[in-house]
Design a protein around this ligand. Sequence first.
Ligand code: FAD
Length: 437
Amino acid sequence: TVSIALFTQDLRLHDNPVLRAALASAEEVVPLFVLDESVEATGFAVPNRAAFLAGCLADLDAGLRARGGRLVVRRGEAVAETARLAALTGAAEVHVAAGVSAFAQRRETRLREALGGRLRVHDAVLTALAPGAVVPAGKDHYAVFTPYLRAWQRAERRGPVAAPRTVRVPAGVEGVAVPATAASSPGLAEGGESVGRRLWQRWSVDRYEELHDDLAGDGTSRLSPYLHFGCLSATELAHLAGQRGGAGAEAFVRQLVWRDFHHQVLAARPECARADYRPRNDGWHRDTAELDAWKAGRTGYPIVDAGMRQLAHEGWMHNRARLLTASFLAKTLYQDWRAGAAHFLSLLVDGDIANNQLNWQWVAGTGTDTRPNRVLNPLAQARRFDPDGAYVRRWVPELAHVPGSAVHRPWLLDRRPDYPGPIVDLAVGRFQQGRGH
Ligand code: FAD
């Protein structure tokens, strides 16, 4: 007998209930990944994520080979290719992780149409808690984080499952090679479960609580791309952190819960990838030159520009920098969050519909923030989270010679550096004007 394990955003051997169930159901398994042309058509498969994905697939293939199997990569459309392989191998079952985005939900519906009772969909593979596993009375999702966090902590969650020892793949199943893709960011992280596991082992969660907001300290885990592609499982990380215990571990798990939180919002409201979760505005300010300056890291506010340049260079940005650069666009410049979110998605290696779109909405005040009117002042943010200016000096070479916190106000320097002046006066930030629309 043969089963198919269709990999999507669960590109791992450890704690993978999809692979595990497929192996338990048949003597031979086709570990399948489809390079989906319909994803490519949406523009979501940008160079940074395509390059990282290639690393994930190579590593998954190596891990499967070490267990006697291999990864079968096909190109085409996921549902059609899966159905074709199911017919070719006579597969009795096809296993896949439940997804949350509109795209994943449609794919699942179409897989069910094509495969009927042979499809097995597994919950809580991409998140630690499945969307909908906890809901407030009479509702289909939590709209506020803190009650969700409490429900999450009380909920029954599955434990991690072990990696398989052996994998037998039927003969005669052809695949294609994964095309090499050049990343657009020179400092991009390398994809794959092995790299992700190594990063986790080298990193310590113990000081996470004190260090996570220190921009220059760069003390967060940097595991987000590995979580996005499922090289690491949120269930396993929450479990390991829980075993470790302490304030750092607790704060880290809380961030994993934020991830689950946004996923359960998107699963219930997939249209919020574009539509406002809580409509509040019909009059965003439009100014292409300002938007371009923000994208290029040339707003004249060094802390904002440092974040945007880190994004361009690494395809990744520190969470505190994401918050303050997004607030600068959506609140201070009062530009439509969708333009900012699209720019982030064009570069972020962890670019994720749930986490990116809903964090943007949170910052823009159209999402789940219970204080939607808060504005992050870049100078106050700089003072708190980059007090010595080291983060700015690292990412804005024009200012690398400016010592200490003076780097945050280059317009006050005697000798003006070759660096733009502020594109907007914070006192007349447009958010106040825009309110009331
Ligand atoms: P850590 O601090 O080590 O946290 C551990 C993990 O928790 C992260 O890897 C991530 O999976 C999760 N996490 C942490 N913070 C959040 C959060 N606020 N929301 C959801 N999950 C969280 N994260 C993405 O994974 N993809 C995105 O596309 C994305 N876009 C964002 C856009 C904006 C405007 C903002 C404000 C945040 C965005 N985030 C996104 C959330 C967060 O910034 C990143 O997850 C985090 O910076 C990744 O770094 P890390 O792995 O070192 O995080």
